[in-house]
Ligand binder design. Sequence first.
Ligand SMILES: [Zn+2]
Length: 223
Amino acid sequence: MMVARSVDVVLLGPPGGGKGTQAKRLTAAFELLHLSTGDLLRDEVKRATPLGVEAQGYMQRGELVPDELVGKMLMGRLHSQQAGSGCVFDGYPRTLAQATLLDGLLAELGRRVDVALYINVPDEELLARLTGRRSCPVCGAVFHVVHNPPRQEGICDACGGTLVQRADDREDVIRERLRVYHESTAPLLGFYRSRGNLAEVQGVGSPDAIFEELRAAMGRLKR
Ligand SMILES: [Zn+2]
C-alpha cells in the first residue's frame, strides 16, 4: 500500500506581503499544520510549560529567545499527530542558523523541507500598501486610503475620531524594515535555491490569484 508522504513547506515573504493569509489557506487546502514560531512561543508561555517558562525569562529580560529553545518547542509540535502530514513554517526560519536547525529537526523524523515558497512583492507595492494605512487613535479601527477608505476622508467610520498615520506606517520606518528584511532574507533564498527547492511566486494581485500560484507550485513538487 502506498502511504502519502508528508510535505513540509517554508513560507518566505516580506512584511505586509500577505504571508499570514496565504499560510492559512495553504494549511487548509493541503491539510498541513500551520507553524508560526510567534504563535508557538505565545502558546507555550501562556500554558506555562517548562519551555514556556524558560522562554518568558528571556523575554522579560528583553533578550531574544535562543534558537535551541525555539527548536525544542518546534520539535514538540513536530511530534504531534497533527504535524504528521506536514507543516507550513510561517515566519521561520529567519536566519541560516535557524534553517540548518530546522533541517536537523526534520531529519530526525526522516523529513526535509520539500519546498521554500517565496512570495516576492516589489518594495514600491509594499510601501503603497503600508504607508496608506490610517488608524483611529480613539477606537483602534484601521483604514486604507485606497483599499479600505473611510466614508469621509480622515474621519473614523466607527466613532468619528480623526484618523492618523501611525509612526510604524511612515515611509522612512517602512523602508528601514524592508532593508532589514531583504538583508536577512537574501541568504535564506540562496540557501534554498542552491538546493533546488526554492519556488518564487509574484505576490502582486488578489489574494486568490496569489494563492493559485502557490497551489501550482505545490503541484509541481515531486511526491
Ligand atoms: Zn474610531
